[in-house]
Every structure is written in structure tokens, then in C-alpha cells.
Design a protein around this ligand. Sequence first.
Ligand SMILES: Cc1cc2nc3c(=O)[nH]c(=O)nc-3n(C[C@H](O)[C@H](O)[C@H](O)COP(=O)(O)OP(=O)(O)OC[C@H]3O[C@@H](n4cnc5c(N)ncnc54)[C@H](O)[C@@H]3O)c2cc1C
Length: 514
Amino acid sequence: MSHSRRDFIKFVVAGSVTAGCPIDSTLLAAPAEAGPGPQIDSEHSEICHQVRDGHRFDVPPPTKSAAIVIIGGGVAGLSAAYFLRGQDFLLLEKEDHFGGNAFQEEYEGQPFATGSAFAYKGDYGDQLSGEMGLKLLPVNNPDPTIVNNTFVPDTWRAGIEHLPYTREVRESFRKFRDDIMKIKLRERVAELDSEPFSKYTAGYAPEIQQWWDGYGPSNWGAITQETSALLGIASLQDIASGGEDQRVILPGGLGCITHKLIEKLQPLYKERLLGNATVVSIVTDKAEARVTYHRDGKLTTVAAKAVIVCVPKLIASRLVSGLPADQKAAMQHTRYAPYPVVNLIFDKPVYNRGYDTWCPGNVFTDFIVADWTVRNTAGYQQKHNILTFYTPLRENQRFTLLDDENCKSLAARVLADFQKLMPEFNVNPVEVRLYRRGHPMFMAVPGQFTKNRLAAAQPMERVFFGNADSGGPESLTSESIRLSKTAAEWSAKVLAGDPNAKALALTALAASFQ
Ligand SMILES: Cc1cc2nc3c(=O)[nH]c(=O)nc-3n(C[C@H](O)[C@H](O)[C@H](O)COP(=O)(O)OP(=O)(O)OC[C@H]3O[C@@H](n4cnc5c(N)ncnc54)[C@H](O)[C@@H]3O)c2cc1C
């Protein structure tokens, strides 16, 4: 791409690489001049860095109280607040906006996703949406693949016959699918979760692993070699089962849910939803919990009876005092993928052939059409064709997100790769947006689901550990919501002094493979 053409495109870089703060040591090694770009609130990063570095804050005595404090305003924290409506809660979120990984942006009134994409019919996200009067619409489009300039609908069913590979490779795809379909998953959950998915792709055509090396990072942050076989196999069995497409969504991805949650909660509980409030410590004893947060340049401590921690374990491990050593270690073993998302905004229709299209061998793994489920509804006019490109990175590439120029170059490569996919894609967008996150998605590595997660998410007497990384087997909005529903019930028990609170939390943790 020539310089002038690159300059022609308006880039917008947003999001914080320290969203998953405290950040890891690879970021520490970055030179000062490669620090976060202008849209990153340095004050928040500064506090997070101090927590990460083990700074001892001069924690003031409590000057406020709330029965329940919720930490983190992603979908887990917001839904916990929703389930606690009418109760004495306080939610603390470090960014100046709510939504976490499920945050939508808009272009001239048209919403698009910066992270979380879709829910499944009847799952906790769909149920909560329905309850709030938001009807998620069916995707009804099995995923296509574009490879070798060829569009192949319904990749893993009828599509196999049309993949632009040799007959042997297509035969290998078919055999792989059929072999995987025979595996009795439910009888072998622990065993399969201890193995890498690559054990099951080995011996087949390399193009198969290449396909999953896109699908895995996009959906659960890990390439085939680092993916739990349980998840890889379950995913293919789901895709190829021949059943109806269960996915549902509206424009904005699952940001539509957090957007609606805010719309519902803010008018009623404005004072109880604090943005720009970074929690730096959580101390508990027999009588109460004390949560200290930094806001407007000062530290405040709030006394609570119960705390619902909805931040990733990477952060929780640094905030909560008195964690058992093995639990703290498990929290810190949880791995996270760095994950920028690029939106290309076109002022004319460029691509509306498939909802989620896989593109092996490109800088992005797949892309979705933002308004796919509403584009054919009566009276709807697609003003802009907004395409959301998923560009998950490897952990050792996290530091690249610190540099705005790197981010712009990544976005430019996304555009260049897209324009080469099919001749008709050679169109310039009116705007390019990149949203970067340093640690948004826990990686579904072997053992994370059946072992590490359970050790990391054990409840304490006054602390419930929510967030998507308490569930699984992959990072799912529905899991964040499911666990927040339990957290609301758990806190009622804690407040009532009911000794069954812990048992309730443990049952919910154990119940996450459906
Ligand atoms: C690119 C991408 C695509 C995805 N696609 C899907 C999908 O299609 N379907 C699906 O179900 N899921 C998807 N996911 C996963 C889904 O987004 C997450 O599971 C879900 O959004 C997690 O929500 P959460 O509230 O548990 O955590 P988070 O979203 O991580 O929220 C944590 C919040 O805590 C805040 N915080 C952090 N530290 C502090 C602190 N010290 N003090 C106060 N606040 C703090 C953060 O700013 C953040 O807002 C996707 C994720 C990504 C990144």
C-alpha cells in the first residue's frame, strides 16, 4: 500500500493494552517511547502498573459502605449489578466506559463490535437480552471460508467438496471431520481436556491445521497445538453436526447487551456505577471486606459484606489479600491472548455473502458483517457496510500493541489482505478503526477448563470470583452472565450468614460444560 493511500484512510486507534492490567513483564521491557498512544488514559495505566509492581498503597480506613461491591464493569460486572437491582451494591470500573470485552462502538449511528461477537439461542446472554427487551436475531448462515480466491459456503459440511485444494486434501478434510464426529466427548471430558488438539489434527492434510490455527485463536486465543482437544473436538462436532445454526446477534456484537445493561441501570443507579475507579486492594476478615480504589487522584476504601470480583484472574491475583498460594498460582497460570480488532467501514456494499467468513493464511483469521442479522429486515437500509476483522496475536507479540505505528501497520495489512481475497474487494474504506486489548481472552489451553480454572476460581468467605475466565471451556459472554447470576444468589446467602453460600458457588463452577 502506498503512503498516500494509507494516509487517505482515517485511522482511529482506541482501547488500552493495559486493559488486562497488571500487565506482564514483556510490557515492562518496552522502551518508554513505545508507551501507549494518545487515547490511552495514562492515569489508569499508572495505577495498574503500581499494583502489578507490588506497590504498597497507603490504604485509608473505610469512609463508605455498600453491602456488595462489584469489581469490573464488563458484561460479568454489569450483569451482576442487573441481578442485584434494588440492593445496596457499588460497581467499580477502571475505564471511563463500561462493557469490557463486550463493548460496541458506532459509526454515524451504526453499531459495530470491538470484541465479543455473538451468543447462542437460549444461552444466558440470549436470555438476559430477552429479559431486557432486546431480541437477538438468528445468524442462520454456516460459516464460509475464502481461500485461494474462492468463496466456499458451509465449510465443514457441503463446502468440503468445493474447497479449492487437491482431491487428496479434500478427502483428508472429510476423513478428519468424520473421525472427529465419532469421538464420544462426554465420556472423555477430563482426558481430552488434558491433550492438545494437534494430537487429533496430526496425520491429516496440513491445510486442516492451518484452518484451525485461525479458528482457535479467533475463538479461544490458542493455536491448535495449544488448544484443549476437548474444545477443538466439541467445536467441530458442533459445526458439522448438521443441526440448525444456533447463533443469534444484533449489530454491535455482544456489545449490544452491555449497551442495553447500561441503558437500564444508569438512570436508576448512576451513583452506584463508578467509572474511572481502579481497584487496588481487597482485604477481607471475618466481619467484612475492604475494597480500596483510586479515582480522581485519591484513594477511597469502601467496607462491604460481599465482593464480586469480575476482573480476569491475572488482575484478581494481585488485588486480593490472603489468597491460598495454590489458588494464586493457578490464577497466574491463566494465559491470555493479546487481541486487536479492526473495523473497516465502507460507504457502499462490498461484502454481504456470509456472517463469519474464515480466511486461512491472512493477517486476520475471520471477519463478520456487522449488521448481518438486521440487513434484510423490513425498512432497514444498509448505509455503511461495516466489516469486523479478528486479528488475535500470540502472547510474545503483545508488546507490539504498545506502539500506535505498529497498530496502524497491522490495520493496513488487514486492509491489504482483505483487498486481495477477491477481485471485488479492492475498494477503499472511508474509515479504519482498531481497538486493542492486551489480555482480553483467556486461552483454552489443555487443563485450563478441568483443572486450572477450578483451582483459580475457588470462592472465599466474602469473595466470589466471576469473569469469563471462571467458566469455559472457552471465553464466553454467556459464562460471565451465568456466573454473575450465581454471584447474586451467593451474595444474598453471604449477607444472610447462610453457610451454604460456598457450596452454591462451587456447584456453579462445576456446572460449566453443557
Ligand atoms: C475479540 C473477541 C471476540 C470475542 N467473541 C466472543 C463471542 O463471539 N461470543 C462470546 O460469547 N464471547 C466472545 N468473546 C469473549 C467475551 O468477550 C468475554 O468472555 C466477555 O466479554 C468477558 O466479560 P467479563 O465481564 O467476564 O470480563 P471483561 O470484559 O474482561 O471485563 C473486566 C472489566 O474489569 C475492568 N477492570 C480491570 N481491572 C480493574 C480494576 N483493577 N479495577 C476496576 N476495574 C477493572 C476492565 O476494564 C473490564 O471492563 C470474545 C472476546 C474477544 C476479545
